[in-house]
Design a protein around this ligand. Sequence first.
Ligand code: NCD
Length: 318
Amino acid sequence: MTFRQKHLLGIEPLHPTEITTLLDLADSYADQNRRGIQHKDVLAGLTQINMFFENSTRTQASFELAGKRLGADVMNMGMQASSIKKGETLIDTALTLNAMHPDLLVVRHPHSGAVDLLAQKVNCAVLNAGDGRHEHPTQALLDALTIRRAKGRLHRLSIAICGDIAHSRVARSNIMLLGKMENRIRLIGPPTLMPSGIGAFGVEVFEDMAEGLKDVDVVMMLRLQKERMDGGFIPSEREYFHRYGLDAAKLRHAKPDAIVMHPGPMNRGVEIDGNIADDINRSVIQEQVEMGVAVRMAAMEVLAQNLRSARGPQGVMA
Ligand code: NCD
């Protein structure tokens, strides 16, 4: 197996063969999940703790389900109710948890870099479930698997990522993953929602949807991340939908068999027309959720294998 990482903190450190290893394993889990096949032995005897310092529906649920399908003991820490609220620092929380000897720690945090910091303080494998605007590696992996299954390949595709790029860890991880796999990436959005220095990422940037969507294979829409904005980024939601919301007319500029994606949660009528989101001939949004469970099973399996070999037969770290 070619996956050498101790943690899954981002797409940035991954080699393309490591990405392919994860996707191949996740692909077989996706098929087996459909057939209801169980694998309770894979993470048997391991403890998985989910720490979400930010709200989450899909990501937290699928990490929990993935762990349970593989036989881990899964615990969800209610971080709203934890000692963090009483002023404990992130590092103190990490050390407390570490003393309980978890094997897999799944962390989402509003600050970029917080998950990397935590990984340096604990003895277990850490999976980043989204840190600020930085990375969301399992989202990019599940998006990649969804694309690969729909298009039959994950290279030389033309992929448009549209909307609020500046505030999006999903966009950042996807740009890195899809770039490593040699796809053409187009970013479409108003200049106020484009990160500065985006040229360095080897992407094409468009302000106009009709131009940017021309002949693309994949249209990836992003949520307007209102919670990360401090005002003034868009004139109004109505105006935004008119210029950047994906509807049937704008989608006609893409290839006739282009697929539509969205990581969720969706603002229907803001970045995407509800009819497009629900169109089973174009939208793969439900498949993205399905692939999310499979990708998280694969990621936890490879990290658990690396953890077990680092610990050796006695179960202690070398
Ligand atoms: C994304 C996230 O939290 O980064 N959602 C998700 O994980 N499915 C995107 C978003 O919040 O818009």
